[in-house]
Ligand binder design. Structure first.
Ligand code: HMG
Ligand code: MG
Length: 301
């Protein structure tokens, strides 16, 4: 039997949080239903953050409430503090994500506090989550470069990652926020983290600004990482990382993993339908190479 690689679909959150014109709740819901139909078992629905900061993610709790619930499908809300967590809890959310950074400057710009202060807020979130049996995932941004500080020391990434894990996050996703990394640098980050933690509790989150995400994921696979975040149609970016482009597309990640013999559990035809639908809604050309080849093959048949 082939080895399973977990894909965490972040398109409805990371993908849409940077759109100039926010999608309606109905459009966001359709995207998530398409992704569920494609076989994705872990999907970020949105963020319970300040609508003044990220208007695109407003009413993510209401969106969550409208979605069908299935114990086999993890629907995740990002909750940077107790206020956000309480909104997620009120709609019955079973999994949340907290997010900080390996860079002090990025933490300040993104969540308006220092790294230490972010951990104080997460302590409240995690204690309340544990009391309600809600799973908590952790994120560390700027694992290679920071848009404000430049290169980040891999030891600092390992320190923040270990701290999140020890605090109670079941998995920590390492965010290559601005997509500048190359595999040699990614290798050093994993080496530092794997000296502290088992690969089974780590995930890779690669943005694709310089087209390096697939190479970085290959490097991560070589080092034993088996969980990756990706975004349908390569949507995405962070409002606090100017110029950074979307995540690796779920379509290209599917191609890499399936050709390497990994099981992803995805239905490729339904995934491509989801990808075509959201690209049409956003009136956007899909940057995925796999998607381009897929539709070319379909039209040639
Ligand atoms: P703050 O201003 O420091 O918070 O924001 P505050 O506690 O001082 O409160 C100020 C106001 O915000 C108050 O409202 C609060 O009620 C409200 P007012 O009295 O002024 O009307 N507030 C909230 N409202 C809704 N939900 C909440 C909440 N908390 C306070 N949870 C905060 C702190 C974190 C909320 C703010 O900085 C924020 O919303 N930041 C946005 C963070 C974000 O969504 N970033 C993008 C996601 S992270 C990412 O993309 C990276 C990742 O993909 C990995 C990678 O690629 O690296 C994960
Ligand atoms: Mg991201």
């Amino acid at each position: 039997m082939s080895e399973f690689v977990k894909i965490v679909e972040v398109g409805p959150r990371d993908g849409l949080q940077n759109e100039k014109v926010p999608l309606t709740l109905a459009q966001r819901k359709t995207l998530i239903l398409d992704l569920i139909a494609a076989g994705l078992k872990s999907i970020e629905v949105g963020s319970c953050v300040s609508a003044k900061w990220v208007p695109q993610m407003a009413h993510s709790d209401a969106l969550y409430a409208q979605l069908p619930k299935d114990p086999d499908i993890g629907l995740v809300l990002l909750t940077p503090n107790l206020k956000g967590f309480e909104s997620a809890l009120a709609v019955g959310c079973q999994e949340v994500a907290v997010f900080t950074a390996a860079s002090e400057s990025f933490a300040r710009k993104n969540i308006n506090c220092s790294i230490d202060e972010s951990f104080e807020k997460f302590a409240d979130v995690i204690a309340t989550a544990q009391a309600h049996h809600v799973k908590v995932r952790g994120y560390v941004s700027c694992i290679v470069d920071c848009p404000y500080e430049g290169a980040i020391d891999p030891q600092q990434v390992a320190k923040v990652t270990k701290r999140l894990y020890e605090m109670g996050c079941y998995e920590v996703s390492l965010g290559e926020t601005i997509g500048t990394a190359t595999p040699d640098r990614v290798k050093k980050v994993w080496n530092a983290c794997l000296a502290e933690l088992d690969s089974s509790v780590l995930a890779g989150h690669f943005h694709n600004t310089y087209g390096m995400a697939i190479a970085n994921i290959y490097q991560s696979l070589e080092q034993g990482i088996r969980v990756f975040d990706s975004s349908i149609a390569g949507l995405g970016g962070c409002p606090y990382a100017k110029g950074a482009s979307g995540n690796v597309s779920t379509e290209d990640l599917y191609y890499l993993l399936s050709k390497m013999g990994f099981d992803t559990g995805l239905n490729i035809n339904k995934l491509m339908q989801a990808s075509r639908n959201i690209s049409q809604v956003l009136n956007r050309q899909n940057p995925s190479h796999y998607a381009a080849a897929y539709w070319q093959m379909q039209s040639a048949e």
